[in-house]
Ligand binder design. Sequence first.
Ligand SMILES: [Zn+2]
Ligand SMILES: [Zn+2]
Length: 442
Amino acid sequence: MRVRFWGTRGSIATPGPDTVRFGGNTACIEVTTDAGACFIFDCGTGARALGASLMAHAPKPISATILLSHTHWDHIQGFPFFAPLFGPGNRITVCGPEGSGRSLREVLSGQMEFTYFPIEIGQLPATITFQELGEGTHEIGGARIIAQYLHHPAMTLGYRIEADGAAVVYLCDHEPFSETFWHDSPAAGHAESIVHDGDRRHARFMAGAGLVIHDGQYTPEEYPSKKNWGHSTYEYAVGMAAAAGVRQLVLTHHDPIHDDAFVEEVEKRACGYARQRGYNVQVCCAFEGQDLAIEPHGVPQLTPPVPHSGRDTLQSRRILVVDDDPDIRALANKALSQDGHIVTEAGSGREALALIDKQAPDLLVLDLLMPVQGGLDVLKILRSRPATAALPVVVLTAMDDEVTTRASFEFGATDYLTKPFSIPQLAARVRACLARTGSDVT
Ligand SMILES: [Zn+2]
Ligand SMILES: [Zn+2]
């Protein structure tokens, strides 16, 4: 496989004299297999130059598969300027996560409405097909593509392409599930030492990859004020890649306020961090025009832990929100009602257990610290009863310490989210949880 970077910037295009080295175009990466299949990770403004290059050099008619992580602007703004869409006979497949509220076609059409753009999507001469993906394995363009949800305030997919005896993994617009990565520092750097199940799943998704392209938007100093914005630090990306036995890590989605000198410093610090910990992973920051050949490295095929359930992530479900704080209940209720779910509330563990018996909810959002009966108690009781042993439970708590996080997973929490949280973040986590558990509507 060959990998070429056409857009490395996050959030908004940042052209100018200060971003010449690493580039100002937003997310777009071309992956070409030895057989000539063309995959494109995201369609930010970098897609304009990629499109021009394909028109000039690719065999005609052009055939390409766009794998969108999600549809935030910086990942789709290059789409209307992607020249192969204007060539009759070209075949472009656009894949992206299901469950964003509208179909992929509708979302991409939205930014091409007459108010914003002179040509509507239906007027494009190429044959465009849309494929909405959930988690799991998909055979696309002769390659094995595995998709897994990331942690971002939108439904966002990471992709793993397995072809030519190698694996290339794209994990952009993702932030750590937990601020504490490892059980304790001597055990750092191993998948089994990762505190949060979500981060462990994230590391396993990269297992043995020849190349991982990872979100590295913030420095560790910047991250605390940007928590819940959906992006990572280089320390997290390096640590997870090392735990997964990754050969090469390329950090991307550079912050718009980071000029070339700053990104260069990030690269130095990331390399130093890996070296200092004895991690055997090569690290650099992505730059526009970077071209990498990924040699076959005998990577084992990844078995995704959860096959795609094939269920509609936006199907209305019954959700019970359990928290003694009425403001938190109201916020969670708003986040989940917006997705069409039927939400009920309980102000204590005891009230929750009574309601669960009556209402048989499809998912529980559960606080831990509540008077009388705490969340861990409720979780233990639920797991001991056959009717609720597999009920998805998203813990939502202010407790962000390692011990409570681990205890919750040991007691059977499905996911663990800390306060403060944002409405889109909770909605996305619940959608991912429901898609994974494939809970039946009864
Ligand atoms: Zn982005
Ligand atoms: Zn985003």
